[in-house]
Design a protein around this ligand. Structure first.
Ligand code: GLN
Length: 200
């Protein structure tokens, strides 16, 4: 069973994710309404500006429906601003995040002089050579709770990828490189989630 993967399309680089999924032969669509959310088996929350995404989620009446779907087991992958939206604790965010992952996320954690940079990352569960990761005014993940698995950190120890059950958070932008391994990994997670829901 192939999942239908939605990409939250409030703001940010949702088109790049949809294009990447299509290139992988995955059914993908933009999600802006509760009805569209109801139609997907997994969701990507893209990078962008978390304050804007947080506002628009309220304006589009999507915050509570999203929380309900996630509580019911929807696989969600947040990249950059999307990772910020998933965190339970976000210092300085002026609207509530979705708030479902037991982590603290610091926005714009790398300071001005390194607003954007790239790094090669070993990510737990991803086979092959390191992943080239693009960080753009990126957040850092801190204080992972006991159920959170750290998947990748920078050489200085700062966490930039983690997983809690069916929730995945990455500080960087995998949709901006040619490497599709993280998208493929998330699609497999979505397939597993569907298989575990399917009647025997
Ligand atoms: N700095 C942005 C924020 O706080 C995130 C940047 C990004 O998604 N590339 O929302």
């Amino acid at each position: 069973m192939r999942p239908r993967v939605g990409v939250l399309a409030m703001q940010g680089d949702f088109r790049e994710h949809v294009e990447r999924l299509h290139a992988l032969g995955v059914e993908a669509c933009e999600v802006r309404t509760e009805a569209e959310l109801d139609e997907v088996d997994a969701l990507i929350i893209p990078g962008g500006e978390s304050t804007t995404i947080a506002r628009l989620l309220i304006a589009f009446d999507l915050l509570d429906p999203l929380r309900a779907r996630i509580a019911a087991g929807l696989p969600v992958w947040g990249t950059c601003a999307g990772a910020i939206m998933l965190a339970k604790r976000v210092p300085g965010l002026d609207r509530p995040p979705i708030g479902v992952m037991d982590v603290t996320v610091d926005r714009n954690a790398f300071g001005r002089q390194v607003d954007s940079f790239e790094a090669d990352l070993d990510i737990a569960g991803i086979e092959g050579p390191p992943i080239r990761a693009v960080f753009i005014r990126a957040p850092v993940i801190r204080e992972p709770g006991p159920a959170v698995e750290v998947l990748a950190a920078l050489p200085d120890g700062r966490i930039v990828a983690c997983r809690e059950g069916r929730l995945l958070a990455t500080s960087f932008h995998p949709e901006l490189t040619d490497d599709s391994r993280l998208h493929e990994w998330f699609v497999r997670l979505a397939e597993e989630a569907m298989a575990s829901r399917a009647p025997a």
